[in-house]
Design a protein around this ligand. Structure first.
Ligand code: C2E
Ligand code: MG
Ligand code: MG
Ligand code: MG
Length: 289
């Protein structure tokens, strides 16, 4: 009987493995079609300066598959990284986001930074710097309004060429943000050596920040350190008034999260930017004038 169960277990693993492999192959084909048929869209999530002004937006890719519906980036970006499909996808993202940033800035009284997520493979390609130059030239976006979000994973291989690549980007005038800060394996010495502008504190520290003194200590410590290093800070994933009112006391530069606004299509963002946000010190949601 035990033997039989063992066999069944083995059978189950094989089926499960086959299912996963098939799913990956299917997704890969679907992704290829998505690239060819431009099934992607960019949504933009506002980044709020503590004064209440919208200082920038982050571009977040959306994929609406004709039959399967919305497939989140967490599902297909890692696969696209493995297959190399991330390269054409990233080119489309850069092109579209920079073009939209020019449109947004033409309509806005204050400058709006466009933050774009850069995947490790994209960053490590030899032609990356040139592709950034070209997209800036084509779109006409001032380099200072482009912010590239890199994760600690990219910088982990903090070889000389990584530092040089970052320096070259900085010389262009482009800004660099370290995304999901605190979740990777980076050593603090990176912060000393790498020419970055901003830390984006990962939302895993924010959920309980108002009730867990350890999370609070970490966020507070990062804010203080960043300040002394001359780096900007953005706190990700602010979802509630309670979190925001706690974080405000730390005076940490910028915030992003559902409490302020969800990622939205360009047309919705334009409307959002026309109604100035008032960050009030009450338990209310931010209200429009
Ligand atoms: P990320 O760069 O850390 O982006 C922030 C993610 O948190 C987004 O998820 C956003 O929708 C979500 N988020 C924002 N505010 C809140 C909040 O208050 N609460 C919670 N729970 N979540 C919040 P999304 O859009 O699903 O993207 C997931 C990840 O996929 C991104 O994480 C980024 O690593 C990657 N990604 C998205 N778009 C692109 C892209 O165009 N290129 C590349 N290479 N990666 C992308
Ligand atoms: Mg990001
Ligand atoms: Mg992040
Ligand atoms: Mg992330």
């Amino acid at each position: 009987k035990a033997k039989r169960r063992g066999r069944n277990t083995f059978q189950w693993y094989t089926d499960e493995l086959n299912r996963k492999v098939t799913e990956r192959v299917n997704l890969r084909h679907a992704l290829q079609q998505a690239i060819e048929q431009e099934q992607f869209e960019l949504h933009y999530q506002p980044q709020i300066h503590h004064s209440g002004r919208v200082a920038g937006v982050e571009a977040l890719i959306r994929w609406y598959h004709p039959e399967r519906g919305n497939i989140p980036p967490g599902q297909f970006i890692p696969l696209a990284e493995d297959t190399g499909q991330i390269i054409p996808i990233s080119e489309w993202v850069m092109e579209t986001a920079c073009r939209d940033a020019v449109v947004l800035n033409a309509e806005s009284a204050t400058p709006i930074t466009m933050a774009i997520n850069v995947s490790p493979m994209q960053f490590q390609r030899p032609g990356f710097l040139d592709s950034v130059k070209q997209v800036l030239a084509r779109s006409g976006l001032p380099p200072a309004l482009l912010e590239l979000e890199l994760t600690e994973g990219v910088l982990m291989d903090s070889a000389e060429h990584t530092i040089q690549a970052l320096q070259a980007l900085r010389q262009l005038g482009v800004h660099i943000a370290l995304d999901d800060f605190g979740t990777g394996f980076s050593s603090l010495s990176y912060l000393k050596r790498l020419p970055i502008n901003k830390l984006k504190v990962d939302r895993s520290f924010v959920g309980d920040v108002a009730v867990d003194s350890r999370d609070a200590a970490i966020v507070e410590g990062v804010v203080t350190m960043a300040d002394k290093l001359g780096l900007e800070v953005l706190i990700e994933g602010v979802e509630t008034a309670e979190q925001f009112h706690f974080l405000r006391t730390l005076q940490c530069g910028h915030y992003q999260g559902y409490y302020f606004a969800r990622p939205m299509a360009l047309s919705a963002l334009k409307a959002y930017l026309k109604t100035p946000l008032v960050v009030v010190a009450s338990q209310e949601s931010p209200t429009s004038l």
